[in-house]
Each structure stands twice: as structure tokens, then as C-alpha cells.
Design a protein around this ligand. Sequence first.
Ligand code: ATP
Length: 199
Amino acid sequence: MRLALFGGTFDPVHYGHLRLAEEACEAANLERVLFTPAFVSPFRTAERLSDSAHRLQMLRLAVQDNPRFEVSELEIQRGGVSYTIDTIRLLRTHYPDAEMFLIMGADALQGFTAWREPDAIAQECRLLVGVRPGYDLQATLERLPAPIRQSVQPVLMTPLGISASDIRRRVRQGLSIRYLTPPHVIEYIQQHRLYLEPE
Ligand code: ATP
């Protein structure tokens, strides 16, 4: 089984995430991608995230028609600050024989050495890193220690300058978010009146 963990806050999920996962599947021949929303992101402990139930449900709506995509509640159920290395070790116990990958965007790779046990993560998983407009993947790669750099497989996905924070701002300002995230996610945001309050 070629299995990828894809972590993030997904507040909300958008086409940047979905295209990254899709192109990572093609690039690495993945059989399953586990979209795993963080309960609390280690670098964003001061930020107010939307309720995990909302973030999970939007993810489920976004991936429902893709048999290779799955939503995992591992980090939400564990609670507390969500460290990727803990999730990887737990996944290992569920899938002892899997070849494991970790999906992230170029912005995440930039801060990767500040994550908990980055060397252990890079040893356990190949890092599938998507290009992201505004982030110089090549320069980031050159600055990384060799063992981590060698674990990176760049995903030359269609560059999409979409971000969840921009979507939240647009909703707050009453602007359209059509074509930035799937229609079911947009309906969910409207039904539950998400992102209307100042952050
Ligand atoms: P925010 O705007 O709130 O910071 P975000 O859009 O970056 O959110 P996250 O949930 O924080 O979304 O991202 C999860 C992962 O997806 C990260 O590894 C991030 O680098 C990657 N990612 C998000 N958007 C894109 C995109 N447009 N292109 C490539 N990778 C992306």
C-alpha cells in the first residue's frame, strides 16, 4: 500500500489542496491519501480555528467522489497539539507494511526543520512537496540538511494561488468564493454561516 498523510488546518479545504493531492497521487502512484485535519496546529496555537466538526465535514464533502481520498479523524480524536510525527507513528501501527508519504506545500517545507523530529519524519516518509505561488521551492531545498532534502520529491502541480485565509477574508467581505473550492463546501459555509466574524 502506498499511503500518504496530508495534514493541515483545512479551514476550509480548497482546490489548492485537492489538486496537490491529485497530482501527488499521479507523481507517486499513491493508492490512498488521508486528509487529516489538525486539532491544533503547533504553529498556530493562538489562532481561532473553526470547530473541528465543521472542518471535517467540509473535507468529507470535498473528497466524497474520489475513491483514493479519505478523511482521517486521528488528530481530532487525539486532541491537544497535533504533531505530525505522532500521527505517522500511529499510522505505522495501523499500516505496518505501507510505504508512507507526507504531502505538503512549499510554504510548509520552508518551516519544516522547526517541526517536531523532522529527521524522523523524513526517514519514515517521502515528502511530496507541491509548488505554491510566492514560495521558492528550489531555494528552500538548497537550505535543507541533506537527509531531509533527499527525502523530498517535488510535485510540479498546476500552481494555484488559493489559500484558506483568502477564502475566509472573501466570505467576511461578502465576495464570491466560487471556483476556489467545491460547490458542496461553499453551500456548507453558507448554511453554517462560517467565516462571517472578524478573525
Ligand atoms: P491558511 O491560508 O489558513 O494558512 P492554507 O490554504 O495554507 O491555509 P492549510 O490547511 O494550512 O491551508 O494547508 C495544508 C497544506 O496544504 C500545507 O502543507 C500547505 O502548504 C498546502 N497548501 C495549501 N494551499 C496550497 C496551494 N494553493 N498550493 C499548494 N499547496 C497548498
